[in-house]
Design a protein around this ligand. Structure first.
Ligand SMILES: [Zn+2]
Length: 238
């Protein structure tokens, strides 16, 4: 199986005492059978350099802050048109916006125009809770919204993520940093086997346990392959 890792970062993060460069990421990918990783970093040029260096192994998402207005949209245009990036990443918690605020709408219009998914960090109050993504998914039913971490470590937010994904066909759940393996099976059963995708959140997380979490969640062999590989290929159009 050629695993696709839908959530990784490059750079140095002193707060977490971790760092990773592209060579190290490729070496870990080789060790764990990961064919392609989806990368987003700040600055975006860090992602660009890595994608240029390993075009067969890494694909980029452009990380933008909607408070930047037109500049954010220009970054999206450039990354998709000139750099060949495959989607957009936003972080409501770090950048202090609610996912259903109108400030996000122009970015959603861009995602619609380019037919690319948007991955949001999901699982921390006050800015990135699942119910706000539900409102956004209702306004843009034709844009694919990926809930990174599917609620993260909090059972109420994890259940909330599963609930909102069940309501909106355009919401996808991504498994990194969500500690409850059985919730992956529940998500597949309630939301759909084609709407849950694996991520490691490297370097904050590690494929050694993130892949294992999917494998022991109680899914069938076929479903494990869908979560680890097949679904992300379709969503990112690889
Ligand atoms: Zn992350």
């Amino acid at each position: 199986m050629n695993i696709i890792d839908s959530h990784t970062h490059l750079g140095t993060f002193p707060l977490f005492n971790v760092s990773m460069d592209s060579a190290e990421m490729i070496s870990i990918m080789n060790q764990y059978g990961i064919k392609i990783s989806v990368v987003f970093s700040l600055p975006n040029e860090l992602t660009l350099d890595a994608v240029k260096k390993y075009p067969e192994r890494l694909i980029g998402l452009v990380w933008i802050n909607p408070h930047e207005g037109n500049l954010a949209l220009q970054k999206v245009d450039r990354a998709i048109n000139e750099w060949g990036f495959k989607g957009i990443k936003m972080h409501p918690l770090l950048d202090s916006f609610l996912p259903d605020q109108e400030i996000v709408y122009p970015v959603m219009e861009r995602a619609r125009k380019y037919r690319v998914p948007i991955l949001f960090h999901c699982g921390h109050p006050p800015w990135s809770l699942p119910w706000h993504f539900s409102n956004l998914a209702e306004v843009y039913p034709d844009v694919t919204i990926i809930l990174g971490h599917m609620g993260h470590g909090h059972i109420v937010y994890i259940n909330g993520s599963i609930d909102v994904a069940r309501k909106h066909e355009n919401i996808i759940l991504e498994t990194s940093a969500m500690p409850m393996h059985r919730k992956i099976k529940e998500a597949v059963e309630k939301v759909g086997e084609d709407r849950v995708i694996y991520g490691s959140d490297m370097p904050f997380g590690h494929p050694s346990f993130e892949i294992r979490k999917v494998e022991v969640s109680g899914l069938s062999e076929k479903q494990i392959e869908m979560v680890l590989s097949v679904n992300a290929r379709k969503i990112f159009r690889l």
